[in-house]
Design a protein around this ligand. Sequence first.
Ligand code: ADP
Ligand code: S3P
Ligand code: MG
Length: 245
Amino acid sequence: MPGSASSRDSSATPTFPVAPVTATRRGRLDEVVRLVVGSASMRRGLPAARGGERANLGRGGPMTGGQPHTADQLPTIVLVGLMGTGKSTIGRALADRLGRDFLDSDRMIEARTGQTVRELWEAGGEAAYRPLERAVVVAALGAEDPVVLAAPGGVVEDGEAVRALQRGAAVVYLRTQPETIAARLGGEVTHRPLLDGEPEELLSTLFARRDAMYRDIAGVVVEADGLPPDAVVEAVLDALATGGS
Ligand SMILES: Nc1ncnc2c1ncn2[C@@H]1O[C@H](COP(=O)(O)OP(=O)(O)O)[C@@H](O)[C@H]1O
Ligand SMILES: O=C(O)C1=C[C@@H](OP(=O)(O)O)[C@@H](O)[C@H](O)C1
Ligand SMILES: [Mg+2]
């Protein structure tokens, strides 16, 4: 079964240099995140419920719920969720807004191994792939400045990666229904070998397994279903600005 529980604590973690290979320097915004607090979704009056449940940011980390935060106070922001939920798309835009580097775990793995996700998966399967995911998560969390990280979809399958996230990142779950993702992705399963076959059915199985796991590690759950990317970015910024309260 994809994402089997046995993969949560698999073998040795490959070591990668900490320096982000795929980072794109966006230029730092020094000002307090007025753009966060005065974000467009608030101005547009999007219903708060779409913007996410308010919960403690960075469970197990330094953040406390209910406190407003500035960009500089936020630790590394990690987007988690099913494949196709928008981690890469939203993460890039979010990093742009915050003037941070953006790291995409899939791209990091490909840059560091010289192989595509599919090639890696086909050569070694899940057992070989999860330690690579763990390694890039650990590397991203070790970056000198806080970044925005699009986590591997399977981050919750690896206990060590989860523990690393719980040491201080602001973890945001982008929650989208599997049927929405399947319709969105169509045949776009290139780096998603887990979706070979019947994507909607496979996504539903993954959602049933992982929804609670993503919730469990996230400080903020953003209900992204049906929202266009810019509204999801605003919802994430809103949730981060209010400390998930
Ligand atoms: N909120 C959204 N609404 C509609 N399409 C989206 C949204 N977020 C992402 N997409 C599209 O869905 C696809 C998968 O997004 P991606 O960012 O690659 O997801 P992930 O990194 O979580 O696998 C891309 O084609 C992207 O343009
Ligand atoms: O959820 C998963 O287990 C996976 C998600 C994919 O990344 P995206 O979430 O960026 O699609 C990719 O790493 C691999 O196919 C496994
Ligand atoms: Mg991605």
